[in-house]
Design a protein around this ligand. Structure first.
Ligand SMILES: [Zn+2]
Length: 310
């Protein structure tokens, strides 16, 4: 059942109740006691609905409508915003995340990305919803590295959005690498072969390529066998690729604390990956001029070799 038929005698055919499951992405205050809750649902895409009275301590379902909550909802179709009439908790992921800063910040990045990737309210986003629930379950379970869970989610969300970075094939000509091409270019769309490589492409290590492929394919055995350097570089490439497509910074992503051997994603300083060409000199076509806001992978970040002697 998607939409229940409107009650008899109702003169507005939009009025009716419907049920769906969803993940609470965001809350906004509304008036004295109400909230607008943004939920990524299983069947109705992203829904913004009014939850009345939930900021009162006596609210029946206020506590169930918190970010990260996986809930079963009954909604009443309204003229502008729908109204939440019942909430039941399926998984209270928030309780498992709020006491653990790395998991919490990774979770915030999951919610924000899901929100940003679903701009058309009401447009079905079933695959993204299922991916989000799986990622939250992985984070809350506490057995997987939260940053690998995050990067796997981001990569697979980009696949769903149609922005999958090329990993084994050249983004420009489609030639397969053996097994990987050497260079990665965010503006080009991922891996690039030698004849196609644009200036400013970075040179990920082979373990980084393997990790990118493993996270995209859900190969956790391979992903969990990688070291901190590959995880850090992969995180930088995934974040840069996502940002290139979103065209503005995800607010929560730079807050992800990469403790435990994996440094945080510092997008302002670039990926730290080796760049195979000097980027001094005038900006090339498609690059921001000096002083312009940066996007994607800057090529003048700190480098490990080749350009150390300046
Ligand atoms: Zn090519």
């Amino acid at each position: 059942m998607v939409h229940a038929p409107p009650p008899s005698g109702c003169d507005d055919e939009r009025v009716g109740f419907y049920r769906d499951t969803g993940v609470v992405l965001r809350l906004q205050k509304l008036g004295e006691a109400d909230r607008i809750v943004t939920v990524l649902t299983h069947r109705h895409g992203k829904v913004r609905a009014v939850a009345k009275g939930v900021r009162r301590t006596s609210s029946r379902f206020g506590a169930r409508l918190e970010p990260f909550g996986h809930v079963d909802l009954q909604l009443h179709t309204g003229r502008s915003l729908d109204i939440v009439t019942q909430v039941q908790t399926i998984d209270a992921f928030g309780g498992d995340l709020t006491g653990d800063y790395p998991r919490y910040t990774a979770g915030c990045a999951l919610l924000e990305t899901a929100d940003r990737l679903t701009s058309e309210e009401g447009e079905p986003a079933r695959e993204l919803f299922l991916l989000l629930v799986g990622a939250l379950r992985g984070l809350a379970g506490g057995t997987r590295d939260p940053y690998l869970v995050l990067d796997a989610f981001l990569l697979r969300a980009m696949v769903i959005a149609g922005w999958a970075p090329a990993i084994t094939e050249c983004a420009r000509c489609g030639t397969e690498g053996a097994p990987y091409h050497r260079r990665f270019s965010v503006p080009a769309g991922g891996a690039v072969c030698e004849p196609c490589r644009p200036s400013g492409a970075v040179v990920p290590s082979e373990p980084t390529w393997r990790l990118l492929e493993a996270l995209r394919d859900g190969d956790w055995a391979t992903a969990e066998g990688t070291d901190g350097a590959a995880r850090r570089d992969t995180a930088g490439l995934v974040a840069a690729h996502l940002q290139w497509h979103l065209e503005r910074t995800l607010r929560s992503l730079p807050l992800v604390d990469r403790r435990g051997g994996v440094p945080r994603v510092d997008l302002a300083a670039g990926t730290g990956l080796e760049v195979d060409e000097p980027s001094d000199g005038p900006p090339r076509a498609g690059e921001p001029a000096e002083g312009a806001p940066r996007r994607a992978v800057p090529t003048d970040g700190p480098l490990r070799s080749e350009r150390v002697a300046r």
